[in-house]
Design a protein. Structure first.
Length: 210
């Protein structure tokens, strides 16, 4: 119950509602996540709280003028925030769903605040073999890939980003991540590439706030 209590306290601080039932594990839990963005630096962000509309127009609303968001899918698609519109150009319909991620850059230091519901139950993401994708935990938790349930195959590569990329490779003989296992931060995305021989292409995690 400690995790649930912390999330509920966060929700109250954010001015939103936390609903939970006595011994009911399917109860809704709502909270917020703050992600600090330094000026003029790319940050690989993730939205780990679900809303009814996970477009960047909704979850990245009211950011500084000139802020940029880049989403990767074999190449980058760039969006720029224009406060005169106001909104994202060329449009704000790109998604930032729980489990996705993208690069965010602001001309001034700012804090992104994500507000929404913690997803629970059986959560499924995909890790296609042979090509890089940007992924994140579907729940708000800072932890190692092992704790997050990332289904690693021998030769898989994971890359975190903090003013540059840091790469990790999974070795099934160790077994584990080399040179060490990273911790994926709260509100942080990462690049992942399955080995061409990898078979674990579904990232399934059963999660309940307790």
């Amino acid at each position: 119950m400690r995790t649930k209590a912390l999330l509920c306290l966060a929700a109250l601080a954010a001015g939103v509602t936390c609903v939970q039932g006595q011994n009911v594990y399917s109860a809704n839990v709502v909270g917020y996540i703050n992600v600090a963005i330094p000026a003029n630096q790319y940050v690989l962000i993730a939205n780990q709280l679900n809303t009814t509309n996970n477009t960047i127009a909704s979850v990245l609303a009211g950011v500084p003028d000139g802020a940029q968001f880049q989403k990767y899918s074999g190449g980058y698609t760039a969006f720029t925030y224009d406060e005169l519109t106001p909104g994202w150009l060329p449009d704000g319909n790109a998604t930032l769903n729980p489990g996705e991620g993208g690069f965010f850059r602001s001309p001034v230091a700012t804090t992104l605040t994500f507000v929404g519901e913690v997803m629970q139950g059986s959560l499924t993401n995909t890790l296609p073999a042979g090509s890089y994708v940007v992924r994140s935990s579907m729940v708000p938790q800072a932890a190692t890939p092992t704790v997050l349930g990332v289904p690693a195959d021998d030769g898989d590569t994971l890359q975190t980003y903090s003013a540059g990329f840091t790469a990790y490779t999974y070795d099934e003989l160790t077994p584990g991540w080399l040179p060490s296992e990273p911790t994926i931060g709260l509100g942080q995305g990462f690049f992942y590439k399955k080995s061409s021989l990898g078979t674990k292409t579904l990232w399934v995690r059963n999660f309940t706030v307790e």
